[in-house]
Write a protein that binds this ligand. Structure first.
Ligand code: OOG
Ligand code: MG
Length: 262
């Protein structure tokens, strides 16, 4: 760790204020170029503690930057991991108020819901599929607190990987009934198809993103508890949305899920 606890708490407060007040900021590594990976995750943890103190509940986790399309779009080469709280959940078919967001984008994802704990190191696709109760289509809404979505990996980890909202819906299925590598997804904006892909875009198989998350948490002595919802990462580039847009995600064999921006 390179940063003092006081700086970690101050940066967490700053980033969370930007989230709650829908304000953007420059990336924190501009002011703290020496901060390390541990500092980045410590800031994310301090943001989590602030939310828990206000009564939020952790409902799951997310993996981000797990496809080449996303890594290319954001100019990074390694995935990042964050947490999800109940405040981020939006009901299927619901409306998201854009006035409380900065510059939202949507991503087509496959979400996993676990029935057994997953504890790394040593997790792989097999352990993940065995611990998965079902998979379900998910639209993730990301809203980086950094101006124009310009960040590096440490800054985005500190910012809880741009987490903002998520919507799950459509059909659920046990993962053994599907080939998650070849499963096709179509993302539609106002009825027009705008992005397409297949599950293999996420690290070859979306379950490998969940395995990486479990192994990363394991290094910190934590696990993915049973009953967690995990977003495995955008299959395509993220698509910008504005007030008035309607988004539908269609996933082969798993129906569709939609959300509107008001
Ligand atoms: C970081 C979060 C990326 C994904 O699914 O790749 C992410 C960002 O691009 O702002 O959630
Ligand atoms: Mg995502």
């Amino acid at each position: 760790m390179k940063l003092a606890q006081e700086a970690i708490e101050r940066l967490a407060e700053h980033l969370e204020r930007c989230e709650l007040e829908a304000r953007d900021t420059t990336k924190i590594t501009d002011d703290y170029p020496d901060m390390d990976w541990e500092d980045a995750y410590a800031i994310q943890e301090a943001i989590k503690r602030r939310k828990l103190a206000r009564g939020a509940r952790v409902v799951g986790f997310k993996a981000g930057l797990t496809s080449h399309a996303k890594m290319r779009q954001m100019g990074v080469s390694t995935p990042c991991f964050g947490f999800l709280v109940d405040d981020y959940a939006v009901p299927e078919g619901g409306e998201i108020d854009t006035s409380v967001l900065i510059h939202p984008k949507v991503e087509p994802e496959i979400a996993f819901v676990t029935k057994a704990p997953l504890k790394g190191p040593g997790c792989h696709i097999g352990t993940v599929l065995a611990a998965t109760d079902f998979v379900i289509p998910a639209i993730e809404v990301i809203d980086s607190r950094y101006r124009d979505f310009k960040f590096d990996l440490k800054s985005v980890i500190a910012d809880n990987c741009s987490s903002s909202r998520f919507v799950v819906g459509g059909r659920i299925a046990p993962p053994q009934e599907l080939d998650l590598r070849t499963i096709g997804v179509v993302l539609e904006k106002n009825g027009e198809p705008v992005a397409f892909g297949a599950g293999a875009a996420v690290l070859g198989h979306p379950a490998s993103a969940v395995a990486m998350l479990a192994n990363e948490l394991g290094r910190r002595g934590e696990e993915i508890p049973a009953g967690s919802l995990i977003l495995s990462g955008g299959i395509t580039e993220a698509v910008s949305v504005q007030k008035g847009d309607a988004i539908t995600l269609r996933v082969q064999h798993l129906g569709s899920v939609g959300v509107r921006f008001g």
